[in-house]
Design a protein around this ligand. Structure first.
Ligand code: NOS
Length: 331
């Protein structure tokens, strides 16, 4: 199954990608740039796979390498919503530079815009009310302040696609928590309960979307500017997965979430309220209450707005679509 072809006159979906590149983040951004269904309004940066300053550097470098310096980059918060500076950085997974320990030079042509990420998000949501999709690929730290800057943000934002959570499966930081939820659980709980149109894609589905060694070989052989960019980071990502997960393949977390914004029918969705545990040994745990049962007692989920959660995925279709998009230089 491929994404439906765009019809003449059909509007592109406007997206802002909030990310912490990051190897699979870089893949997702490149897929977005190669997706005719999307118009990338900007990139905003956060911490998680790397610190925010490194994420910004990588975002600028990526855009410059593929010739898309027209896309603005707005730097996000360097601290969590609760101003914690000692956040967990997933450098073993992505390398200390976020791109497989290449220590690339910084971009020469561009720098971030003056606006912080949260202000950029609010501005774009107001400029294109109801039309902007935020694809959030890191902790949700930049989105939570947008709610304070503009209380109507949940209504003005078109959709928030969240790569985050582990719905009824173990996390990847510890058995309770997925990395992006663990990174800023307070921000995540605010976004899940703010009333915006949220689509959550957790590792319960992204762990099923695996890029195999043979797929990687094909990507390399295509030698497009996109696959050239990903070659070294992917080598690191494969080594990490071999060592940590004992797999000959890598999980395509961020590209899967990005493709959910392109074509949600790649996934099966369930509706319900999600709360995020903000403290204790289960900090970062995402708990989904489906609408199948009416709980008699009041709970922390009672009266909370519902979100959509991905519960199944057409994994071969996601891998194929991602590969198709990366293996060709231009339309
Ligand atoms: O093993 C891991 N530990 C921590 N973070 C990871 C791991 N694998 C991937 N990611 C990062 O966290 C998000 C998915 O949870 C993805 O954005 C990925 O880049």
């Amino acid at each position: 199954m491929a994404a439906a072809a765009m019809k003449v006159g059909e509007r592109k979906k406007k997206v802002i990608i909030d990310s912490d590149p990051g190897i699979d983040d870089a893949m997702a951004i490149l897929v977005a740039l190669r997706s005719p269904e999307l118009e990338v309004l900007g990139l905003t940066t956060t911490f998680g796979n790397v610190r925010t300053a490194v994420a910004t550097r990588n975002a600028l470098h990526l855009l410059e390498t593929v010739g898309r310096t027209d896309i603005p980059v707005a730097e996000g918060s360097h601290v969590t919503l609760k101003k914690d500076t000692k956040m967990r950085i997933a450098s073993s997974c992505h390398g200390s530079d976020g791109l497989g320990n290449q220590d690339l030079p910084p971009a020469t042509l561009t720098k971030p815009v003056d606006q912080p990420a949260a202000a950029f998000l609010v501005e774009q949501a107001n400029l294109y009310a109801g039309q902007v999709t935020v694809v959030s690929l890191g902790p949700l730290t930049n989105l939570a302040p947008a709610l304070e800057l503009d209380p109507s943000f949940p209504k003005k934002i078109g959709q928030v696609v969240v790569l985050g959570g582990a719905y009824s499966v173990n996390g990847n930081v510890n058995p309770a928590a997925e990395s992006n939820m663990f990174g800023d659980p307070d921000a995540a709980d605010k976004i899940f309960t703010c009333g915006a149109d949220v689509l959550a894609v957790g590792i319960n589905v992204t762990n099923q979307v695996i890029l195999s060694d043979a797929d990687r070989e094909k990507l390399q052989q295509s030698d497009s500017k996109y696959t050239r960019y990903l070659c070294k980071p992917l080598a690191h990502y494969f080594d990490y997965h071999r060592e940590i997960y004992f797999t000959e393949g890598v999980y395509l977390h961020d590209p899967t979430a990005l493709l959910a914004a392109v074509n949600p029918s790649l996934m099966t969705l369930a509706e319900g309220a999600v709360r995020v545990q903000t403290a204790g040994i289960t900090k970062g745990l995402t708990l989904f209450r489906s609408n199948d049962k009416r709980y008699v007692e009041m709970t922390a989920w009672t009266g909370m707005p519902t979100v959509m959660v991905a519960v199944a995925v057409d994994a071969p279709a996601v891998v194929e679509l991602m590969m198709q998009r990366l293996m060709v230089d231009d339309y």
